[in-house]
Design a protein around this ligand. Sequence first.
Ligand SMILES: [Mn+2]
Length: 342
Amino acid sequence: MTYIKDFDKAKIQTLLSENQKITILGHHNPDGDAVSGCTALFEVFRQLNKDVQLVMPSKISEAIKNIPNVEHIVFHEKDKEKAEKIFAETQVLFCIDFNAYKRAGDVLSPVLQACKAFKIMIDHHPQPEMCADIIISDTSVSSASELVYEVITELGWTNHVNQKVAESLFTGIMTDTNNFSVNCSRARTFEIAAHLLAKGIDRERIYEQVFNNYTEGRLRFTGYFLDKKMIIDHDLKISVATFSKREQDNYGFKHGDHEGLVNMPLSISGVEVSILALEHDDFLKLSFRSKGAVDVNVFARKFFNGGGHVRAAGGKLYKVKPHPATQFLIEKFAEYIKSEII
Ligand SMILES: [Mn+2]
């Protein structure tokens, strides 16, 4: 679904020229792409002297805390009253890197639904479910950050892409493509990356901060995961690993430490899909990755109240303990593959 060239630019220009209160929102557990897309747009609006606020439903991981303008984020889970006052007052709401109310998280989702502001969605996930007044959705781009760049360009604000905007957007593209290894086959992605680099950003520093900034526990946990916990079903071409809360605590697992782990089994020849399940308080948080033809977005939607992209998705599993979950996930996957073939 591509709306990029068709969206109502005049409407957005009119809304903004009326000097309205603007809010920019990312999704729950915001990743590098969500934070970057939001902070970049925030920076552009600040340069345009707009009354703009930045809100995230929940905290961000250490690896992305150096993105410019992160210090301006109001976190709903930490500062509920302040964030909800912003939602009550805002007139224009930009929703970045998500397309369903539930992605704002259980607590913020009803607030978002009730919010009367004019909503503009900028997103790259398939099948938008959220009611936005303007939907700018393109699944062919690498990231929401790339799409934010296109929107900035389409609206004639390219000269506001300063170093801060460039650093944000580059981080977003870099994180969503796993350092330019997936979802970036289009030449346009690299043209945009080149333009951002030309703004004088330090690519190597950004890489160091994002990819080489984990805890010691995370690397030791990775060893445990690969050696002891990764179950491979060669017939189904799948890898599954589940972890209890205690196992995560044993390694001092911190928020964001799971980033990237689910991709690792895909480096094995013949493994097409990888599933990682991490126990939280009352559910298992599921991550799905595919390197082949299997659509994990549909799998996550069908069985786990989740979704995402064809090759990267997430979901939740309730009322199943970590130990039996491994077998349960393998069975569900087998069921899914069978139903897709038929
Ligand atoms: Mn994204």
